[in-house]
Design a protein around this ligand. Structure first.
Ligand code: ATR
Length: 263
C-alpha cells in the first residue's frame, strides 16, 4: 500500500486526508493519505523516508512551502518562480517539487466566471500562499497587483520574486476591482479586518482564501456592500486535485460528496 502525507505545523485541522482518501477509495487505489505535524529539523528524516520509498508523496502546507525547497533535487517551473512547493513526488529517484496552489486559485476563479483581464487586484497578506496567487494573477493578465500586509517588510520581499507588484501600508485601501484576503484573519468567527472599504462602490469581487468558516466577516461585508463573493473552498479542492493527478495520474471528479467533505 502506498502512503501519502500532508505535513505542516499546525496540521490538526487539515482536511486533505479526508479529501484524498475519498478519491483514493473512489478510484480503488491501494493507498492511504495521512497527516503529520513536524518541526523543520524533521524534514531531513522525512525526505529520507521518501527516498527509501516508505512514503510515495507529500503535500506541504504552512509554514514549510519554502523551507522544503533546499531538500529537493528538482523544481517545476511554477515552484521555482514562486519559491513555493505544495506537492512532492519521487521521480527517477529524484525528489521533485510542484506547486498546484496556482492552478487551484486559477481554476477556482474560472469556475465563477469572474473577469480578471485588465483588473486591479488588492491582496491582503504576504504569507505562504501569496506568491502562488500573484503568479496565477499574472497568468490571468490582471493590470495591477497591490499588496497590503501588516508587516510591510514581508510584502516588500515579494518584490524579489515579482517585479510588477505595488506595496501599500496596512490599513490603506487603494482602488480595486478584486480584493483577496490571504491573511489568517477570519479563521476565528469574530476576526475583523479593519478596512475602510465603505466607499468602494459595487460590482467588485471579494475572494477569501479561508473556507472555514465558509463566510468570513470580510466576505459578509463584501456581500453587504453589494459585491460578488467567493471563499477558498474550490481553491483547496483544485490544489488537491492537482496533487492527486501528479501522484496517481488520475483526475478525480469534483462532485457534491467531495465538496461536502469541506463543509
Ligand atoms: P506565514 O506568514 O507563516 O506564511 P500564513 O498563514 O501564510 O503564515 O500568513 C499569515 C498572514 O496573515 C500574514 O500575511 C500575516 O501578516 P504578518 O506578515 O504581518 O504576520 C497575516 N496576519 C495574521 N494575523 C494578522 C493580524 N492580526 N492582523 C493582520 N494580519 C495578520
Amino acid at each position: 500500500m502506498k502512503k501519502y502525507l500532508v505535513i505542516g505545523n499546525p496540521i490538526e485541522h487539515s482536511l486533505s486526508p479526508e479529501l484524498h482518501n475519498f478519491w483514493i477509495k473512489e478510484n480503488n487505489l491501494d493507498a492511504i493519505y495521512e497527516k503529520r505535524k513536524l518541526n523543520e529539523d524533521a524534514l531531513i528524516d522525512l525526505f529520507d523516508e521518501i527516498k527509501k520509498k516508505n512514503i510515495a508523496g507529500v503535500n506541504v502546507t504552512v509554514p514549510f512551502k519554502r523551507a522544503v525547497i533546499s531538500h529537493l533535487d528538482q523544481l517545476s517551473f511554477e515552484s521555482e518562480k514562486t519559491q513555493s512547493v505544495n506537492t512532492i513526488i519521487l521521480e527517477n529517484n529524484k525528489l521533485v517539487g510542484h506547486n498546484t496552489d496556482i492552478e487551484g486559485f486559477e481554476r477556482s476563479i474560472q469556475d465563477f466566471n469572474v473577469e480578471t483581464k485588465d483588473k486591479k487586484v488588492l491582496i491582503l497578506g504576504a504569507g505562504g500562499v501569496v506568491p502562488s496567487i500573484i503568479f496565477a494573477l499574472n497568468k490571468m493578465k490582471v493590470s495591477e497587483i497591490i499588496i497590503c500586509n501588516r508587516t510591510k517588510n514581508k510584502a516588500e520581499s515579494l518584490k524579489d520574486l515579482f517585479k510588477n507588484i505595488k506595496i501599500v501600508e496596512w490599513g490603506e485601501t487603494p482602488e480595486f476591482d478584486i480584493i483577496i484576503n490571504a491573511t489568517s484573519l477570519g479563521l476565528k468567527n469574530e476576526d475583523e479586518i479593519n478596512l475602510d472599504i465603505s466607499k468602494i462602490g459595487k460590482n467588485k469581487f471579494f475572494y477569501d482564501v479561508i473556507y472555514k468558516p465558509s463566510e468570513t466577516n470580510f466576505l459578509k461585508l463584501g456581500k453587504k456592500l453589494g459585491n460578488k463573493t467567493q471563499n477558498g473552498k474550490l481553491m483547496f479542492i483544485y490544489q488537491a486535485l492537482g496533487a492527486f493527478k501528479i501522484w496517481h495520474g488520475i483526475q478525480p471528479k469534483i462532485n457534491k460528496e467531495a465538496i461536502k467533505i469541506l463543509d
